[in-house]
Design a protein around this ligand. Sequence first.
Ligand code: CU
Length: 321
Amino acid sequence: MMRRQSQRIMTLAGATAIALGGLLGQMSSASAKTHDIHMTAVESDIVIDGGGEKYAAWTFNGTMPGPVVRVTEGDTINFTLTNPATNKNPHAMDFHAAEIDFLKNYKAINAGETISYTFVAKKPGIFFYHCGAPPMIQHVARGMFGAIIVDPKDAGAWAKADREYVLIQSEYFKNPGDVQAMFDRKFDGVMFNGGIFKYHPFVTGGGKLDAKPGERVRIYFVNAGPNEFSAFHPIGEIWDNVYESGNPANNLKGVQTYVVGPGSAATFDVVVDSAGAYPLVTHSLTGALRGAIAVLLASPDAKPSTNLMPMVPWELPAKTK
Ligand SMILES: [Cu+2]
């Protein structure tokens, strides 16, 4: 009798677990969202330094980098790229967060054309996106790149961040028509978020990244290249965690400098112990000293950050003569 009862209880428990499992499965698939994302290839001048220097860029939606796309693991993205008839060049879009056929989906479209495709963001992380139209080295150098964050489905997979930023490193070639200079790696500057010393408060027109001491600051870092490796390092600090490709499963601890190659990305957590300035740099010094310094300024009265990518676009006050 006892045995039969306990068997029955176990069967009930098993049935409940199966039912619950089924329900949770339904809930997770029901909670997966679909995002309709439309971008436009824009060939136009943008400001790339605090002196108001203009650059003949090619961009997604008119800014360098393009807009940050943010979805959750398991979500579906319906993506459309429009290349307006007023443009002069073919363009394309390659999402590193997607696992789909390259030939069909990432092909270049001519001015006046539109392309659409769908993908499921199956793996969590921070991923690069870029134009792949030939010569790709030039389309990336001229500004056709950005970041897509795929948040983990399980928010408890890592510590909660108090503040988040996206930083994208790329090289600047002052003559955007000189493709040979790009092949020869003859860059004139290295940028974070499309600007030279954009987050350097001692430079005219430069800004900063705000934080409070003790906060966990999460940097979603992408290296757009096209060629140089980044050696990402927080001066005066140590990365508490580095997540390769931004996947919570790839958790390194106590890292001083972490190499992010072109076309790759990682998520960096830093908890600044005390108030002060902490420049985030590529420790490849030819890059840092030519523009790739972003100062994280920790102060008890730091304002909340509302923008993942502050100062994009970089709008400087009009010059008075
Ligand atoms: Cu392009």
